[in-house]
Design a binder for this molecule. Sequence first.
Ligand code: BG6
Length: 293
Amino acid sequence: VKDWNGIDQIVLRNPHGASARVSLHGGQVISWRNDRGEELLFNSSKANVKAPKPMQGGIPICFPQFGSCGSLEQHGFARKKIWIVDQDPPSLPANDSKGKSFIDLLLKPSEEDLKFWPHSFELRLRVCLGMDGNLTLISRVRNIDGKPFSFSFAYHSYLSVSDISEVRIEGLETMDYFDNLCHKERFTEQGDAITFESEFDRVYLSSPNCVAVLDHERKRTYVLRKEGLPDVVVWNPWDKKSKAMADLGDDEYRQMLCVDGAVIEKPISLKPGEEWKGRLEIVVVPSSFCSEN
Ligand code: BG6
């Protein structure tokens, strides 16, 4: 399938009717539907579909920088680039491959990228759709340079919710966080589940590997399981910021919540030849379920 700009999109399907759509623009998962055809990811109705701007929604990849504190543009350049499909991907480990359809996308720096970030790397993103409709994203960053480099990373996951005031997050209680709204001051979360009543922009540090996002109205829970991704970003722009964002409808903040598996506080350092792997699995279940926390 091609998008408005003629850029390829790949659709993964499972035998029960679930699907995931991935764009070569940014290596971004732009749609994920369950077996009833319901969209599970938020997509802004005002999303700018013109490349190179990434679409506001789905799961953009933030690499090699998260946020705007650094020398690069906000969230790095990976989400603006055109990735390629690896036609001959390495085989999946047995416990990863059972019944999964998947696609491997690759990103390597262009001459232009090397001017801003002078490090040769290969970023491989594997997007897998399971028999049960689970979505798994596995990223591997390899240093193919002659010198070490470091980076931060996030799966900037826009979850679709019924109404932000009906949503709560479990699994981040008592965690330390940076509040991006107050210049990265460090705080500690209290014992209660997280709920939303105003703009929210936090990075929870060294958090548990399972976080649940409960949507009461839809009786739907997103369970995020992560490996190699110690931090969790939670973001909702609320009304004022939404109005200021050209790519987001004024009231659309109510139907979205970003919960990102990420590496932010302690960037990953890779020596020449080394590889890092970050895995995020999202499962949708009828109720809360993080048995390992
Ligand atoms: C979040 C950040 O992850 O992404 C916010 O914490 C930021 O500070 C938001 O505003 C959206 O960024 P962008 O560049 O996709 O509009």
